[in-house]
Ligand binder design. Sequence first.
Ligand SMILES: Cc1ncc(COP(=O)(O)O)c(C=O)c1O
Length: 286
Amino acid sequence: MNIPNPLSARDNDLSHIIEADRAHVWHHLLQHKALETTDPRIIVEGKGIRVWDAAGREYIDAVSGGVWTVNVGYGRESIANAVRDQLIKMNYFAQSAGSIPGSLFAEALLDKMPGLSRVYYANSGSEANEKVFKMVRQISARHHKGKKSKILYRDRDYHGTTLANLAACGQPERAALYGPLPEGFIQVPHCLEYRKQWDVEDYGRRAADAIEEVILREGADEIGLLCLEPITAGGGSSCLRQAIGSACRRSAGNTTSCSISTKSSAVSAAPAHGSAISTTACSPIS
Ligand SMILES: Cc1ncc(COP(=O)(O)O)c(C=O)c1O
């Protein structure tokens, strides 16, 4: 098959690219019906905060790669050069062995996360969270005779696209078509103050108490993980309240771990002696 070189096509006629996309690419987060009558948008190039599409239109990318994924911006030569150099020197070896960048990055990352001692590399946020769920379950099986296996997640929070992450998804509309989902995931109330499910002075405190109520209801010795987005993003843009951090600290004595999930890097970390903490980019709650 004759596949046009995208780089040479970029400067010339992109009609083949547009038709190939329309015919063969299954896009994420996009209703395809519209593509029957309009061209799919092909993003061709980026520089700084700007991107250009196949029609030559210029955009300021205020959503960082469509879904908050390209926080460093576009066309960063220093990053491209570092990646190129590493690919030529040593492109891949399974993590059964170490690597120079893997060791150094883990050290630099943990330097920013006091209390954690180890990084597990994964390919995506979803995969990192899956790994954490598995850590919790393994610790439960090995050390707690099956107790401390339940995973708490918060209404409106999102943690990824796999089945276990959908079981931990506080947006039921995303999970609706994919059951049956894994068991043992328990929802705690959201803390979106503008929705005011509690009429109280200290909303953060009340939201924290609501989490604690669920922990006490389920039994503190049954809970292995509290999984939270520090800033609930797709679920309504709301920041983690200080009081919730404090409540997590308080209940951490009774649960296997507390975990805060953020999206854009894909690592998990765990303390040396078995209690899993973490998710995507992870930090102890402080
Ligand atoms: C808070 C949060 N956690 C996890 C994920 C999943 O990450 P990924 O898309 O890399 O699988 C996302 C993705 O949007 C996210 O927003």
